[in-house]
Design a protein around this ligand. Structure first.
Ligand code: PLP
Length: 273
């Protein structure tokens, strides 16, 4: 149906409690990108909040195919949300409830080439979110507030630090390049396991770039030769200024150029199927 005709109960636990999870899946040339991985992460998030999946993998795949087919663009991004459903307001799980599934498609434009050519700016912020950032929860108020801090500082992203270590961005994962090697924090309860993160790590390893997955201290972030942010809709972007200081040379670095080429080539192969 047209988006503006969608209706959800005001008693929906997604609305009342933020009791739900979501996914964002890019679609290139009408093919969902890394669909199996997105569906696996959705199942993981549902399992973590103890919500039985309303559809098995085959049914999700069918619904996603239908959503893509019913929308015009070659490139789209799909937003898919599952909440625990409508029930009398009570924190504890309701006995009998039907989950609410909402899916929408939005046209997807590739990142502006200007952003890749000049880089984006970021600020650091204290990661004051909860201790289950591995769940792709629709309760995004902390992320919203952190991202707004960045916007108010004239920056695109907030790079989050918890107890002196890098976690991720407010809506992205963060990579550090130092002396020709790529560094990323380990996937744990303090960050979302990005699908793009996995693609970047895989492509870097295949290309022979040294990759180190380990905790990254704040000082290493500030001394980076390059910083990248990754997400499904923004792909890989170079951060060229952090807290008003140039990152490395202040220009997108050679490893970013290499990774962007690898990423675009990989996208192209998935489009051909
Ligand atoms: N971390 C957070 C907090 C996010 O919101 C996102 C996605 O927008 C990511 C990481 C990147 O995940 P993905 O690459 O799966 O889009």
């Amino acid at each position: 149906m047209p988006l503006e005709q969608g209706r959800v109960s005001v008693l929906d636990r997604g609305f009342i409690f933020g009791d739900g999870v979501y996914e964002v899946i890019p679609v290139y040339s009408r093919r969902p990108f890394r669909l199996a991985e997105h569906l696996r992460r959705l199942q993981y998030s549902l399992d973590q909040i103890k919500l039985a999946t309303p559809h098995d993998e085959a049914a999700w795949t069918r619904l996603i195919g239908e959503l893509i087919a019913r929308n015009a663009g070659e490139d789209q991004y799909l937003y898919l949300q599952v909440t625990r459903g409508p029930a009398k307001r009570d924190h504890a799980f309701p006995q009998q409830v039907t989950p609410t599934v909402f899916m929408m498609s939005t046209p997807l434009a590739p990142p502006d080439p200007v952003l890749k050519a000049s880089g984006v700016t970021a600020i650091t912020a204290v990661d004051n979110r909860w201790l289950r950032c591995d769940i792709k929860s629709i309760s995004l108020l902390p992320n919203v507030l952190l991202r707004q801090l960045a916007v108010e500082a004239g920056a695109m992203e907030a790079v989050l630090l918890r107890d002196g270590f890098l976690t991720e961005g407010a809506a992205s994962n963060i990579f550090v390049v130092k002396a020709g090697a790529l560094y990323a924090p380990p996937k744990d309860h303090l960050m979302l396991a990005g699908i793009t993160y996995d693609v970047v790590v895989e492509l870097a390893r295949q290309d022979g770039m040294p990759v180190h997955i380990r905790p990254i201290a704040e000082a290493e972030v500030r001394a980076a030769d390059e910083l990248w942010l990754t997400s499904s809709t923004r792909e890989v972007l170079p951060i060229t200024a952090l807290d008003g200081q140039a990152v490395g040379t202040g220009r997108p670095g050679p490893l970013f150029q290499r990774m962007d080429a690898l990423y675009q080539a990989y996208k192209a192969t998935t489009m051909r199927g």
